[in-house]
Design a protein around this ligand. Sequence first.
Ligand SMILES: NC(=O)c1ccc[n+]([C@@H]2O[C@H](COP(=O)([O-])OP(=O)(O)OC[C@H]3O[C@@H](n4cnc5c(N)ncnc54)[C@H](O)[C@@H]3O)[C@@H](O)[C@H]2O)c1
Length: 364
Amino acid sequence: MSIINKAAAIGGGVIGAGWVARLLLNGIDVSIFDPDPEASRKVSEVMKGARRAYKQMVPDGLPKEGKLTFAKTIAEAVADADFIQESVPERLDLKHRVLAEIDLYAPANAIVGSSTSGIKPTDMQVAMKKHPERLVVGHPFNPVYLLPLVEIVGGEQTFPEAIEVAKEIYASIGMKPVVIRKEIEAFVGDRLLEAAWREALWLIKDGICTVEELDDIMRYGFGLRWAQMGMFQVYRVAGGEAGMRHFMAQFGPCLKWPWTKLMDVPEFNDELVDLIATQSDDQAHGLSIRELEKIRDDNLVAIMDALSKQNKGKGWGAGALHKDYTRQLAKLAAKKPTASKAAEKAKASKPVKKVEKPKKKKKG
Ligand SMILES: NC(=O)c1ccc[n+]([C@@H]2O[C@H](COP(=O)([O-])OP(=O)(O)OC[C@H]3O[C@@H](n4cnc5c(N)ncnc54)[C@H](O)[C@@H]3O)[C@@H](O)[C@H]2O)c1
């Protein structure tokens, strides 16, 4: 059950709305601030999709949804929140402005998570003059209401206790927090994605394959392996009975051959954008983004559900977590507590308020 009493979302675009959906569907009240006049419509579109997906996950009834309030200012949104997730566009100057304001008006003990895809928390928390120690990066993956991973990264000023509380908070809403051991730009997930994306752009630009063929190579091949075992365990098995050592001996030397474009980035000009966008339009066969989102969500729920039945019924990987999460939601739905009562009870026994003076500062 969640340890969050009241949450605030700053920014309600693709990612912010995904956070709002996950929180509301866990019965948590959320106050959101987004200056876009279209924000309410966009959030409600995402909510529709999320409800639809969660109904497949928990067919016997979902928990009572939390209440969503649109605030007129950041100050109003964060005033009584104990968990705040910032999801504004990826610009350092904007992150600074927004985080400074959150810091000024949020309760001193509130945890502040940033959805940034790659900016180091140390570079963001300099703007927080009151309590920079409670900022963590909480980097999610789209769609936030379905994909469980959240990378947690602390900056030079982040207290270790804040990381611990953040871990508990994200886990309480069905997520898999992974704490990144050293602060680097783009963390781990986006480092890998950027390398793959850069190589993919070259392959399209050089006419080796189309975007559809590249996606087929992933989804009919190694993409299926990655979803269930990741990279290293898959390679361990690929080494045959001799396992990882044999795999390393066999394929390690190939890394020295000039197979990839390595750090070269193709020139990001109109020609490249047109090439990719046109091929992507062809690949979509007229399906709208919302229609593709539904297909994506159905597929993700089906994959996690299938994995939840593996390993003699205990579930495997994301499937094991999915099993626990859907049970947690069903239990919450059966109890039908009011969100605030449930949260108050949980809060009394959980250390959300324990971000106090550290004994030792985390080293960057
Ligand atoms: N899109 C992804 O796949 C993805 C994945 C993980 C993390 N992220 C990160 O999440 C963050 C948001 O990305 P997004 O894709 O949701 O962008 P987006 O453009 O879809 O949404 C950003 C939202 O922030 C709002 N906004 C702008 N200024 C604001 C302000 N001063 N206060 C409050 N809201 C404001 C905009 O109106 C918009 O609705 C970025 O840091 C991004 O790197 C994105």
